[in-house]
Design a protein around this ligand. Structure first.
Ligand code: MG
Length: 232
């Protein structure tokens, strides 16, 4: 049987160390405002601002205009346009990639091992395309397979449409397709609902949430993956 492996990216193959939260801090700084993104309440507030954007319920410019409106009155934000703001934010994010993005331990080796055994690999990640592509390149170098990003696909995990796009890109049927990710809802339950085999990367020994479709296999480290996929 033809087998292929799709991966989530964030916290599965790479870490971005809260890159977008850092970008909010750098953006505020451009307006002469210093915010401590490490402070818990500020961090929570920024994550809440990012949530609807990440869920494709709000555009980037709308999110950023909402953020700017929370800055103190002395912020130098006159003559800002939503498009100009988004342009600044995107550039700040790109500028942070080299500094913040790192591979997960064993990611490059795991991918190389799969490819060496003739197993096609792909990435299916929720996020905005250009940033996700830059993060993948920084963490993994030249990734040897398709990189599908939700914002370009117009389909977000855990939707069936997102996994269907991965299946098409990798050219195997659902019976041969494995999906590997850290997120029980978006990655594991989503892949299982679509009929794929799903490997939960549980690097921190967490309990699997009740009420969700169970993973086919659980690993703590990526170097466990090739044997599982090949043994199937
Ligand atoms: Mg993830």
């Amino acid at each position: 049987m033809n087998v292929a492996v799709g991966f989530d990216f964030d916290r599965t193959l790479g870490l971005d160390h809260s890159l977008e939260r850092h970008a909010f801090g750098d953006l505020a700084e451009q307006f002469g405002v210093s915010i401590d993104i490490g402070e818990e309440r500020t961090a929570d507030t920024i994550e809440q601002m990012l949530a609807p954007f990440r869920a494709a319920e709000e555009t980037m410019p709308a999110m950023l205009m909402r953020f700017v409106a929370t800055l103190p009155p002395n912020a130098q934000t006159r003559n800002l346009t939503p498009a100009g703001l988004a342009g600044r934010y995107r550039q700040i994010c790109y500028d942070l990639v080299d500094q913040l993005v790192k591979p997960i331990e064993g990611a490059r080796e795991c991918i190389a091992a799969l490819v060496a055994h003739g197993i096609p690999v792909g990435i299916l990640t929720n996020g905005w395309s250009e940033l996700q592509e830059r993060k993948v390149a920084r963490a993994l170098g030249n990734f040897p397979g398709p990189i599908l990003v939700s914002d370009s696909l117009g389909a977000y995990k855990p939707s069936a449409q997102a996994f269907r796009e991965l299946e098409t890109a990798l050219g195997v049927g659902p019976e041969g397709l494995w999906y590997v990710g850290d997120n029980p809802v978006a990655d594991i339950a989503g892949a299982r609902a679509y009929g794929l085999r799903a490997v939960w990367l549980n690097r921190e020994g967490q309990a699997y949430p009740d009420g969700l479709a169970m993973p086919t296999a659980v690993i703590e480290r990526l170097d466990e993956l090739p044997a599982i996929v090949r043994g199937a």
